[in-house]
Design a protein around this ligand. Structure first.
Ligand SMILES: *[C@@H]1O[C@H](CO)[C@@H](O)[C@H](O)[C@H]1NC(C)=O
Ligand SMILES: *[C@@H]1O[C@H](CO)[C@@H](O)[C@H](O)[C@H]1NC(C)=O
Ligand SMILES: *[C@@H]1O[C@H](CO)[C@@H](O)[C@H](O)[C@H]1NC(C)=O
Ligand SMILES: *[C@@H]1O[C@H](CO)[C@@H](O)[C@H](O)[C@H]1NC(C)=O
Ligand SMILES: *[C@@H]1O[C@H](CO)[C@@H](O)[C@H](O)[C@H]1NC(C)=O
Length: 428
C-alpha cells in the first residue's frame, strides 16, 4: 500500500440535532463539499446503539447516549486515512481519535456538553494527554466574549481557563454557529480549540448558507499539516468468486497448525501472526479487482429532494434577511417538506426495487441494493487488521484487549466465513 500526503487536514464539525431526522440530507451534503472532510465530528446524533448510520466512504466511531433522549456524538473518518481510536467517553459524550500526519500525529477530540455544568476536570479527562498537536471540536453550550458571545457565563470561564492552562487557541472568528429562527439571532456555542503550534496554520469557516436541517451550521476547520492517505483511493476488492478456495483452505489449515505449535502466548504477537497469515494467504489465492468508481452516496436522491433542499435554503436566506412571521412560517414549512420528500423518495425507491424482484433477481443484487439503501455502497474496505508500527488503521472491534483465545476464535471464524464463501462460490 502506498501512502501519499495531503497538505491540509479538513475537519467538519456539526451539531446535527438528530441524524435520524437530518442524516440523509447530510449524506448528500458532504460529498458535494469542495473539500471532502477527512474527519467529521457530529454532536447530538440522537442515535441509539441498535440503529445503523453509515456514511459512504467513512468509518464511524460512535458514543451514543444509551439512556434518555437526544445527545450522542459520532466521529467519521474518511477511508484511507490512518487513525486510531484513543477513547470514547465514559459518563460524558466524547470520541477521541488520533490521525497520523507525517512522522507525527494529531489528536481530534469530538465533544458534546449537554448543557451541564462544566469544570476543568471534565475537560481534562475527556482530552487526556495534551502532549503534541490537538484539535478539540464540539458543542460546549457555553458563552464567552472570547468566541463572540455578547455575554459570558461561568461555564464559559471554565473553558477559558482550560484554554489558558493547556496553551490552546480558540480559532472561532466570532461568527454565530447556532441560529435561533424565532428570534433571528445567532449564538456562538460550537467551538474549535487547537494547540498553540498549529493555530497559525489553521483556518475556521462557518458554512452559514444552510444548517442542513439542524439549527447549527456546519463548520469547516482546515489545518495546514500533512496527512497520510492511502494512495489507493479506489479500494480494491477481493474477487471471491475467482478465488482458489481449496488452496486457501489448505494453506490456512497448515498455517493454523504451525501457529498453534509455536505456542505463542503474547497476544500482540499472535495478532500479528494471524493477521499476516490471513492476508498473505489471501494475496496468494484470491485475486483482487481495482476498486470501483465513486458511487452515488444516496441512490434514491432525486430531483424532488434537490428542489426541496434548494427552496429550503432560499427560504433560509430570506428569513435571515427579513425576519417576519411570514418568512419564519415559510422557512418552517419548507423545512418540513424537505424531510418529507427525502423520506418519500427513499420509500419509493425501495418499493420500486421490491416490485422488480422476480425469479431472476440475483441474491447478490438484493444485498447490493440493501447496502446502498443504507448508504454503504459497494467498495467495502478490505479489513486492515495490522498492528504495531506497520499500520495504524484499527478496526473498532479490534481493540488491543482481546485475548489470545479470542484471536484464535476469530481466526477460525474467518476461516469458516471463507469456507462458506468457497462453498457458495463453487456451487454457482
Ligand atoms: C469522560 O470519559 C473519559 C473517557 O474518554 C473518562 O476517562 C473520564 O473519566 C470521563 N470523565 C467524566 C468526568 O466522566
Ligand atoms: C453552567 O451550566 C449549568 C447547567 O446548565 C447551569 O446550571 C449553570 O448555571 C451554568 N453556569 C453558569 C453560571 O453559566
Ligand atoms: C430563541 O429565542 C427565543 C426568543 O428570544 C427564546 O425565547 C428561545 O429560548 C430561544 N431558543 C433557544 C433554544 O435558545
Ligand atoms: C505452551 O507453553 C506453556 C508455558 O510456556 C506450557 O505450560 C504449555 O504446556 C505449552 N503448550 C504446548 C501445547 O506446548
Ligand atoms: C422465471 O421467469 C421466466 C420468464 O419470466 C419463466 O419462463 C420461468 O418459468 C420462471 N421460473 C420460475 C421458476 O418461476
Amino acid at each position: 500500500m502506498g501512502w501519499w500526503f495531503l497538505m491540509t487536514l479538513v475537519i467538519l464539525q456539526w451539531n446535527a440535532r438528530s441524524l435520524i431526522a437530518n442524516g440523509q440530507e447530510f449524506k448528500k451534503y458532504v460529498p458535494e463539499l469542495i473539500d471532502r472532510p477527512h474527519v467529521i465530528c457530529v454532536q447530538e446524533t440522537w442515535l441509539k446503539p441498535q440503529l445503523e448510520f453509515v456514511m459512504y466512504g467513512y468509518t464511524s466511531i460512535r458514543k451514543d447516549r444509551e439512556t434518555g433522549k437526544g445527545g450522542g456524538v459520532a466521529t467519521f473518518i474518511k477511508n484511507g486515512i490512518r487513525y486510531k481510536l484513543i477513547s470514547k467517553g465514559i459518563d460524558n459524550e466524547s470520541v477521541v481519535i488520533r490521525v497520523w500526519s507525517g512522522e507525527s500525529s494529531i489528536k481530534v477530540v469530538n465533544f458534546y456538553n449537554p448543557c451541564s455544568r462544566l469544570n476543568t476536570d471534565i475537560l481534562e479527562s475527556v482530552c487526556g494527554s495534551m502532549q503534541g498537536k490537538i484539535v478539540v471540536c464540539g458543542d460546549f453550550n457555553t458563552h464567552s466574549t472570547l468566541w463572540g458571545s455578547n455575554d459570558a457565563d461561568n461555564n464559559g470561564s471554565v473553558v477559558e481557563e482550560f484554554i489558558d492552562d493547556k496553551e490552546l487557541v480558540c480559532i472561532n472568528d466570532g461568527k454565530g454557529t447556532r441560529y435561533n429562527s424565532s428570534s433571528n439571532t445567532e449564538s456562538a456555542i460550537d467551538l474549535t480549540l487547537v494547540s498553540n503550534e498549529i493555530a497559525g496554520i489553521s483556518t475556521w469557516e462557518v458554512k452559514d448558507r444552510s444548517t442542513v436541517g439542524s439549527d447549527h451550521y456546519p463548520i469547516i476547520t482546515r489545518i495546514g499539516i500533512e496527512v497520510q492517505q492511502d494512495s489507493e483511493v479506489n479500494i480494491p476488492r477481493w474477487k471471491l468468486d475467482k478465488a482458489d478456495w481449496q488452496a486457501f483452505q489448505e494453506m490456512s489449515e497448515t498455517k493454523c497448525m504451525e501457529l498453534l505449535n509455536k505456542n505463542i502466548t503474547n497476544v500482540e504477537e499472535m495478532n500479528d501472526e494471524i493477521v499476516n497469515s490471513i492476508i498473505q494467504i489471501a494475496e496468494e489465492t484470491i485475486p483482487k479487482s481495482r476498486g470501483n468508481k465513486r458511487k452515488k452516496s444516496v441512490p434514491w436522491w432525486d430531483e424532488s429532494c434537490r428542489k426541496a433542499v434548494k427552496s429550503r435554503n432560499k427560504a433560509f436566506g430570506q428569513l435571515k434577511a427579513h425576519h417576519t412571521i411570514e418568512t419564519l412560517i415559510n422557512y418552517k414549512r419548507v423545512q418540513a417538506i424537505v424531510r418529507k420528500m427525502i423520506r418519500s423518495a427513499k420509500r419509493t425507491h425501495w418499493r420500486e426495487f421490491c416490485n422488480k424482484i422476480g425469479n431472476e433477481t440475483q441474491l447478490s443484487d438484493i444485498w447490493r441494493v440493501i447496502r446502498r439503501m443504507s448508504g454503504v455502497g459497494q467498495s467495502v474496505e478490505i479489513p486492515v487488521l495490522c498492528s504495531n508500527n506497520q499500520c495504524h488503521v484499527m478496526n473498532e472491534r479490534l481493540e488491543p484487549e482481546v485475548s489470545r483465545d479470542e484471536l484464535i476464535n476469530s481466526f477460525s471464524s474467518v476461516l469458516t466465513i471463507f469456507a462458506t464463501l468457497s462453498d457458495f462460490a463453487t456451487s454457482h
